[in-house]
Design a protein. Structure first.
Length: 268
């Protein structure tokens, strides 16, 4: 059987009729290619869910769900702001929904933005992370209690010799507004008290490790996943347990690619 449209024979320079199976093969190939195309899902949020869950499992997620994820690690607070502004349909967060909302409000305030957090947010837990306390590797202190950490972070204790260390000024390292590690530490260890004035503000959770590595008297809360990825000249010391959920936040129940991702990663 032939089709009523011409095809050019490149070798002979004249037209000929195309067999029907050629068109059918092209149609099947086209449909197959369309069916296999990945859905791209852009996500903004915390670097811990990014590095601990999303990026390490990206290939697995694509194979299982057909969803290709692109993660912008800007911090939980900024991820919540991007979600509220409609820039993304999913925010990756490193704490409970309530605390992630608070992180979003702090990030918006720091950026002089006036945003409204939707009241129908849905949280899907995709993992858990442990926070640890890091100090410079030269520091002889091996463990600190909650009371000691609180007094150091608030400025009541100002020298390492007061907690069994060397005669060295304490330098508190925290993450900037809207980032979870310092907020979790503040809630869990400091009972909500304010950090000491003059605390060094890191621009990311990973940068806490960088600054502590450069500061012999420094200490700060860090995500365990970042420490394992590279501790630099810092080390982890004994401290009270600080765990937090990692999750995805959507406005309303997730749909489309976001639902496929949430259903696949959801902690059972």
């Amino acid at each position: 059987m032939t089709l009523p449209f011409p095809m050019i024979d490149p070798h002979k320079g004249y037209t000929m009729k195309a067999p029907a199976f050629v068109l059918l093969s092209l149609m099947i190939a086209s449909l197959a290619g369309g069916a296999g195309a990945a859905e791209v899902l852009e996500i903004s949020g915390g670097t811990t869910p990014q590095k601990d869950v999303l990026e390490p499992r990206a290939a697995e997620i694509l194979k299982a769900t057909g969803v290709e994820i692109k993660v912008n690690g800007v911090g939980t607070g900024n991820g919540m702001v991007a979600l509220a502004e409609g820039k993304v349909s999913v925010a990756a967060v490193g704490d409970t929904l309530a605390d992630s909302i608070e992180a979003g409000k702090k990030a918006a305030k720091a950026a002089s933005k006036d945003i409204k957090i939707p009241d129908n947010l849905v949280f899907t837990q995709i993992g858990t992370d442990e926070l640890v306390v890091v100090v410079h590797k030269s520091n002889g202190v091996t463990a600190l209690s909650k009371a000691q950490l609180k007094d150091m972070a608030t400025g009541k204790i100002t020298n390492w010799k007061e907690v069994g260390g060397a005669d060295l000024p304490i330098k508190v390292v925290v993450t900037k507004a809207g980032m979870i590690p310092s907020l979790v530490f503040q809630k869990t260890i400091m009972d909500g008290a304010e950090y000491v004035k003059g605390a060094l503000e890191a621009q990311s959770p990973r940068e806490v490790i960088t600054w502590v590595s450069r500061t012999p008297g420094g200490f700060g809360p860090a995500a365990d996943v970042h420490v394992k990825a590279g501790a630099g000249d810092s080390k982890t010391i004994g401290a009270p347990a600080m765990s937090r959920p990692l999750g995805l936040v959507t406005i309303g129940a997730p749909t489309g690619a976001a639902k496929k991702l949430a259903d696949y990663l959801k902690v059972k």
